[in-house]
Design a protein around this ligand. Structure first.
Ligand code: FAD
Length: 460
């Protein structure tokens, strides 16, 4: 057992942990990053953002070649799905990026350690390695960036074969005949889209009366209709009471809001009812850190826990469970440890849903503005009237911009568009600089582009 002395030891190598490690190393701190899994990169790179986007891209191409190309005068015959190859490509993408993190660690002289990290004291982290050996890392600061794990419903156990979390849904060895997605949030709709495009009959069950409840209501409603047109089925206002094995399939007991029950059968179930913070066996009790009633580690605005020298960030502290939010916190926390005073603008965290078309939002929804009694105006522009969208055959969607009625300052922006994930950042920058709709409307936009719809919505 060797002892080593660090300025910062980070538990977890997800976007919060590895970006924080790189920033701390750039600032001249001696950093170790401990990761329990065989590869660095956390949920995002291994089983989250990246593999899901790889499959979304592949399945979109397959579906497009099969159904949407003849209109362009491009006719494919015998379009064939080689699922194994698709999954291998996804794994290759993941490998490239996780190896990239290992490379960044090397380049920045960060000690990356594979093993389970436990906090022994405010200045010691015990690492249990896969070969059974262990090491104590001595450190001035600890950052807990252990992320989150999938949640389930009471009495329903995820086996990653038939009842899967997103992790299992990234690796079905064959296209299921039918898939029930429990939970109509970001992950459920993305993975549901993947398997629907590949040929599964997909039904999304959602307890609320709408999908993606955090989304602007009108935008969410429009998305619901688009996904229904694509063949996904939805059962809103419906609770899943139980899932039981039934021969080769699963029997799922549903109950609607009126108490009416029904049993339906599906081959597979994807449980996507949210994620919970990962705080198990971290040794929190050794230092007196107590997760709050929802399981999250509480921190102040400088990511400090109640124990001096121990910080936490990313999914494990709650807020929006998004990779870019974790990354920004990683950078900010490293700078705070180094003695700087960074600040994150949590009002401007973009949220992106990578269905087709994509949905991207930033700032306030109409419902939030109403609740906060803010006098606002809404301007919209639909892609049906956008030249580039018509030329590309991507006319589904709209840009909606919400501004303060008196000052004209942009308060929220919501886009449904083929390329919404890339377009939203114009609005993020504008809002960061407190721009008005007039500023956007007066900004020349290249023609023909989907982004012209942003200018038009601002004009509206
Ligand atoms: P994580 O990425 O969860 O990393 C935590 C790491 O800590 C893990 O590697 C874990 O193994 C490690 N760890 C835990 N305990 C210990 C321990 N005791 N010792 C050592 N290591 C430990 N977000 C987006 O912004 N965009 C997306 O498109 C997107 N898509 C997603 C799709 C899916 C299917 C999923 C599941 C998530 C998606 N997310 C997306 C969410 C995103 O992945 C998370 O918000 C992000 O990874 C959180 O980063 P983190 O650093 O806080 O934690």
């Amino acid at each position: 057992m060797a002892d080593s002395q660090f300025d910062v030891v980070i538990l977890g190598s997800g976007p919060g942990g590895y970006i924080g490690a790189i920033r701390a190393a750039q600032l001249g701190l001696k950093v170790a990053c401990v990761e329990k899994d065989p590869t660095f990169g956390g949920t995002c790179l291994n089983i989250g953002c990246i593999p899901s986007k790889a499959l979304l891209e592949s399945s979109h191409l397959y579906h497009k070649m099969k159904h949407d190309m003849a209109v362009h005068g491009v006719v494919f015959q015998g379009v064939e799905l080689q699922l194994q190859k698709m999954l291998e490509r996804k794994d290759d993408v993941v490998k490239k990026l996780t190896q990239g993190v290992a490379g960044f660690f090397k380049k920045n002289k960060i000690t990356g350690i594979q093993g389970w990290g436990t906090i022994k004291s405010a200045t010691e982290v015990l690492v249990k390695k896969p070969d059974g050996s262990s090491e104590v890392l001595k450190t001035k600061n600890i950052i807990i960036a252990t992320g989150s794990v999938p949640s389930s419903l009471p009495g329903i156990a995820i086996d990653e074969k038939n009842i899967v979390s997103s992790t299992g849904a990234l690796a079905f060895p064959k296209v299921p005949k039918s898939l029930m997605v429990i939970g109509g949030g970001y992950i459920g709709l993305e993975m549901g889209s993947v398997w629907s495009r590949l040929g599964a009959e997909v039904t999304v069950v959602e307890f609320m009366d709408r999908i993606v409840p955090s989304m602007d209501y009108a935008i969410g409603n429009r998305l619901l209709k688009i996904l229904q047109d694509q063949g996904l089925k939805f059962r809103l206002n419906t609770a899943v009471k139980s899932v039981t094995q039934n021969g080769n399939g699963l029997a799922i007991l549903l109950e609607d809001k009126a108490g009416k029950t029904e049993t339906v059968e599906f081959e597979k179930v994807l449980m996507s009812v949210g994620r919970k913070p990962m705080t198990v066996n971290l040794g929190l009790e050794n230092v007196g850190i107590k997760p709050n009633s929802r399981g999250f580690i509480e921190v102040d605005q400088n990511y400090r826990t109640n124990v001096a020298g121990i910080y936490a960030l990313g999914d494990v502290i709650g807020g929006l469970m998004l990779a870019h939010k974790a990354e920004e916190e990683g950078v900010a926390c490293a700078e705070i440890i180094h003695g700087e005073k960074p600040k994150i603008n949590y009002n401007l965290v973009p949220g992106i849903l990578y269905t087709h078309p994509e949905v991207a939002t930033v700032g306030k929804t109409e419902e939030q503005l109403k609740k906060e009694n803010v006098a606002y105006k809404s301007g919209q522009f639909r892609f049906l009237a956008n030249g580039r969208a018509i030329a590309s055959g991507e006319t589904e969607g709209l840009v909606k911009i919400l501004v303060d009625k008196n000052s004209d300052e942009i308060l929220g922006a919501h886009i449904i568009a083929a390329n919404a994930s890339e377009m939203i950042h114009e609005l993020c920058v504008a809002m960061e600089f407190a721009a008005t709709a007039e500023d956007l409307a007066l900004t020349m936009h290249g023609h023909p582009t989907l982004s012209e719809a942003i200018k038009e919505a601002a004009l509206a």
